[in-house]
Ligand binder design. Structure first.
Ligand code: PGA
Length: 265
């Protein structure tokens, strides 16, 4: 079962997630980190930078692999995930931009882009730790409901719910791309450790389905149940629909010792 950590606020949960991930990076400075975009990990990235500074953890050997990218947007487009990761991850962490790898969203909808990105991940030795958000419809990456649990990096079509959720970043819904290149669910499951974050009541239904529902392509997030090493960080609102909420909260709060990855501050 996943390690489930529930805090009152998204800030507190992000602080612990930052410690969890830096614990991995400290153990392996040449770390391959899978990075997600969207609103969810923004505080995580800021807090990772701050803890790394405070604890003298070297992060300059980290190579970041994006989870997904819109298809049809140039890397320089302010709406591309490449741009978002440069702004919110690379710059914040003080990394060399050459250490960010993103699937090429302008190369045309060819199967080769996905295969090339997979090759790049494999060539680097695989992803050590993959950061994930979850969509309100249960997607991880842009693997929308119905995606094969064995899928690889490929072109995917965005669900209308996802386009609506993401439309606030564009001037109108019509401008939100219809396709992406996304790491597949099978690709994600090959990372050595998964860290999933979800905040806000809008995610409560997807979180309950992913953690407690059946493993099904109808909820791509449920695939994390197949992975042996997962940590999930939730705030109070996103955890509300979990039937085991009291149990998870008590197990976390009543641990005799802090987990080994928690930093003293
Ligand atoms: P969000 O998106 O972080 O902007 O909520 C998460 C996702 O869709 O995977």
């Amino acid at each position: 079962m996943a390690e489930i950590v529930i805090l009152e606020s998204s800030e507190e949960a992000s602080a612990l997630a930052a410690q969890r991930i830096l614990h991995h990076i400290r153990a392996k400075p040449g770390h391959n980190l899978g990075v997600a975009t969207g609103a969810t990990p923004l505080s995580l990235y800021r807090q990772m930078a701050s803890y790394a500074r405070e604890y003298g953890i070297r992060i300059d050997g980290v190579t970041a692999f994006a989870l997904d990218e819109y298809l049809g947007l140039a890397p320089g487009s302010p709406h591309s995930f490449h741009h978002a990761l440069l702004e919110h991850f690379v710059k914040v962490m003080g990394l060399d931009p050459a250490r960010l790898r993103v699937p090429n969203g302008v190369a045309g909808a060819s199967g080769e882009v996905g295969a090339e990105f997979e090759q790049e991940i494999r060539g680097a030795g695989g992803i050590d730790c993959q950061i994930l958000g979850i969509g309100s419809n249960g997607h991880i990456g842009f693997n929308e409901p119905g995606s094969s649990l064995a899928s690889r990096t490929r072109v995917t079509m965005l669900a209308e719910e996802t386009r609506r959720d993401n439309s606030s970043h564009f001037s109108c819904l019509k401008d939100v791309p219809r396709y992406s290149i996304s790491q597949g669910i099978g690709t994600i499951l090959e990372a050595r450790h998964l860290v999933l974050l979800a905040f806000g009541s809008r995610k409560a239904r997807a979180v309950a389905a992913a953690l407690e529902g059946p493993v099904t392509a109808s909820c791509p997030g449920s695939a994390i149940q197949l992975h042996p090493s997962v940590t999930v960080f939730l705030d109070r609102d996103s955890s509300r629909s979990l039937s085991g909420l009291d149990y998870y909260t008590q197990s976390w709060q009543n641990q005799p010792e802090s987990p080994s990855w928690r930093f003293a501050r």
